[in-house]
Write a protein that binds this ligand. Sequence first.
Ligand code: FES
Length: 143
Amino acid sequence: MALYSEKVMDHFRNPRNVGQIENADGVGEVGNPVCGDIMKIYLKIDGGVITDVKFETFGCGSAIASSSMATELIKGKPLSEALTLTNKAVTEALDGLPAHKLHCSVLAEEAIKAAVKDYYEKNGIAYDPKDFPASCDTCEHCH
Ligand code: FES
């Protein structure tokens, strides 16, 4: 079996939603302590729904494919749904990632959460801190 699925290769070669959103309603930037890669997510939010999303990454191919897929999965969705997106769901949607690359998909999940949190904080919206675990709690790579 090839190391990377066709979906991973497709999203790596032709990533969706790359770029920035000017005047984004929420911006999240996270770094991976293991590899040093960085992910940034921009959200446009209207009435609690993600109307647009873009990402930028200084990350590996798996990080690019994961963010591309993650942005597709949350676009048009309510924030509550975006917050339940796990790196596992992203990985499954990509038909899998090699075990040593799973931590790359965590970056996408965390950056989305950070962007939603940023939106809540900017707008004085109360949120449950449990929806936003500290990054190293969610990254199995560090344990
Ligand atoms: Fe750093 Fe993939 S190796 S995100």
